[in-house]
Design a protein. Structure first.
Length: 407
């Protein structure tokens, strides 16, 4: 008999992030000290710029004063950090209405921000509408504690999901969900979430499409959430555990502030963050070098994939990854389900099983890519491949991928 409450037992019996991370990170590849270790070209981080940030922290040591060693200035971000972020956003993005420090709220990571938004904007059983494919952990971020589900929009063949015309597909799913909610108690859509730039497709949304999303949300009085996590991942400092929410909705600001004591950022991380944000000259050089290296990484990976006849999504021009197509190397379908059926019902489970065979082959070769079905892809065989690694890591990782698929 379990000593846990039902919700605790549900978590204990659920998917284990700890086991996944242990398998990937517990045997990390190093060309000198562990050449047979696991190569991770699936987790999206700006690895190639981490040495620069590490060097910056060594020349800008954190020295904490008496106030900073106490509870300081509150859990939603110190005034200095909020001023530094507002300055950075105004300088980089030139917003129509300048961003004010009091419009910003900080927490210990963007996953936490998503969870707080789920608590504040939706009730248990409600849903957030988003595209397919999409970052796999949104379902965890919104669902684990807030109990808010995710609903995914699929697009007809030939539809560019970043075009203004694609917004009509969101409205179609929104109306269908509303009808279902009214008839049978299905999930009520409370917000549309954009991953911007998109993960895993690596494209930003153009201005005209964003305007159509705003019109749609205004029409149905739902929220528009823009998850721009690669703004912080550009800094190659995910380990600082800092997420920032910008909102001019004061009721939302107050609701999230009321929960901020559970997501307090360590003050040492705040000091490092404002040191980075306040150094405009260093950032200019850092971002220029980052763009150059990421462009080189993309060219390298694209060239190696093309040499082996592996297709990938061609529209990617942001982020650290390519969406690659390994469908030709999946095992054959064990049922009579057609490809068009694989996105629903039993087809989803069969698709996951077929993709899992390929995932296991990759693991046997000690290389990790993010599986597409985990990212709500409509059919199996797509993978997210991260190219923001040193060249030797990327080359060896792809060598193992090609060996796993036999090309």
């Amino acid at each position: 008999m379990s000593t846990l409450a039902p919700r605790g037992a549900e978590l204990a019996d659920g998917p284990s992030l700890r086991e996944l991370f242990g398998g990937i990170l517990g045997d990390k590849y190093d060309k000198d000290t562990n050449p047979n270790g696991m190569i991770n070209i699936g987790t999206a981080e700006n690895y190639i710029m981490i040495p620069e940030v590490s060097q910056f922290t060594q020349t800008h040591p954190v020295a904490l004063n008496n106030n900073q060693l106490s509870y300081g200035e509150g859990p939603w971000g110190t005034p200095r950090l909020r001023r530094a972020m507002a300055h950075h956003m105004n300088k980089r993005f030139h917003p129509y209405i300048p961003i004010q420090p009091d419009d910003l709220l900080f927490a210990n990571g963007v996953s936490t921000i998503c969870e707080l938004l789920g608590f504040s904007l939706a009730s248990p059983g409600d849903a957030i509408l988003m595209s397919s494919p999409i970052y796999q952990a949104f379902a965890v971020d919104f669902g684990t504690k807030a109990k808010v589900s995710t609903v995914h929009v699929s697009f007809p063949p030939g539809t560019d999901q970043f075009s203004p015309a694609a917004v009509a597909e969101y409205e179609r799913v929104l109306l269908a969900s509303s009808q279902q909610a009214g008839n049978s108690g299905g999930p009520k859509i409370r917000a549309i979430l954009l991953c911007h730039p998109h993960n895993p497709l690596g494209r930003p949304y153009p201005r005209e499409t964003l305007i159509e999303f705003m019109k749609l949300c205004e029409k149905y009085q739902i929220h528009l959430l823009s998850d721009e996590i690669y703004a912080i991942k550009d800094f190659a400092a995910g380990g600082l555990r800092i997420g920032c929410l910008y909102t001019r909705n004061r009721a939302l600001w107050r609701a999230i502030s009321a929960m901020s004591q559970f997501s307090w950022i360590p003050v040492a991380s705040e000091v490092l963050a404002w040191n980075l944000l306040e150094d405009d000259a260093w950032l200019e050089e850092f971002f220029a070098r980052s763009r150059e290296r990421l462009a080189g990484g993309r060219r390298l990976v694209a060239g190696l994939l093309e040499e082996k006849g592996v297709r990938f999504y061609q529209g990617a021009n942001a982020g650290f990854f390519l969406w690659i197509d390994l469908r030709s190397w999946l095992p054959p379908s064990a049922s009579a389900a057609s490809k068009s059926e694989e996105g629903v019902g039993k087809g989803v489970e069969e698709g996951k099983k077929r993709e899992k065979v390929l995932v296991d082959r990759l693991f046997e070769k000690k290389v990790f890519l993010t599986p597409g079905m985990d990212m709500f892809a409509e059919e199996p065989g797509f993978f997210r491949l991260v190219f923001s690694q040193e060249e030797d890591v990327v080359r060896e990782g792809l060598r193992r991928v090609f060996e796993a698929i036999g090309v």
